[in-house]
Design a protein around this ligand. Sequence first.
Ligand SMILES: CC(C)(COP(=O)(O)OP(=O)(O)OC[C@H]1O[C@@H](n2cnc3c(N)ncnc32)[C@H](O)[C@@H]1OP(=O)(O)O)[C@@H](O)C(=O)NCCC(=O)NCCS
Length: 146
Amino acid sequence: MINMLHIRNYNNGTDRDQVIELWKSIFNYKSARNDPELSIDNKLKINDGLFLVAVKDNNIIGTIMGGHDGHRGWIYSLCVSPESRNKNIGTELLKKIEERLIENGCVKINLQIIPSNKGVKLFYEKNGYITEERIHMGKEISENIP
Ligand SMILES: CC(C)(COP(=O)(O)OP(=O)(O)OC[C@H]1O[C@@H](n2cnc3c(N)ncnc32)[C@H](O)[C@@H]1OP(=O)(O)O)[C@@H](O)C(=O)NCCC(=O)NCCS
């Protein structure tokens, strides 16, 4: 059992440092609004049960965040550590967050892929996602970014 993969809710007491390290090594976000500390603190304020980690041998080897605003569900921060890839862990994380979003009544799940990472489309296609023609727009809220 000890070596088994376990997917569970994020625990700020035990997981924070490992998750931050994992995100920094995989996503390498440049903008302050994507700072891992800020993202985690903001998610903890919402406390919606949509932040999961994959754990093996007490190590965090993957994460996924979901969001549900009552209208749409969203997937964020899906990652698996490079040495644990292609073992279905990403798919398991995705399925688990989908289950939670579906339990919430979510009728559609969206996600975004940055252009430099478009290869990952294949992964999502294998999991039932399709590309939709949209113009994505956004606005930064500077007063909430330290
Ligand atoms: C995407 C990611 C979470 C998949 O995790 P994983 O545990 O390796 O995924 P699974 O083992 O469940 O699925 C692997 C399948 O997805 C495919 N896949 C995963 N990433 C891919 C990529 N970038 N390009 C093409 N195919 C990819 C694999 O080829 C494999 O296909 P197969 O089953 O036909 O061999 C992982 O590659 C990752 O952390 N990537 C970096 C972070 C990232 O891009 N996150 C998504 C942001 S939108």
